[in-house]
Design a protein. Sequence first.
Length: 118
Amino acid sequence: MKPARRKAGYTLIEVVVALLVFTVGALALAASSAMIARAMATNALRERGGRVAASRIELIKSECGTAASGRERLQQIESTWSVTRSDNSRVDVAETVTYESPRGPRSKTYRTTVWCHS
């Protein structure tokens, strides 16, 4: 009697294990993609806040003699600035931008001294 020939192919156990490994990998990829998307959205807000602060400081520099403290909201960013006059030739500016992140509100303060040209 001849020994039984084994047919080529995969067993049911091998297929189930392969599907399990593939599913775990796909779920890990989906979870990390969501986390990266949230981080990119927060970084975009942080970068936009920096541009708002830089624009405000440039505006104060151009209006050095009449610049005043204030507050405004631009889309998702709250901008607050304070102007302190040291003397007639310079102005100290503190600009704070606040935005929402997944971990709650975040703030960044930018400080500079602007020299007024007479």
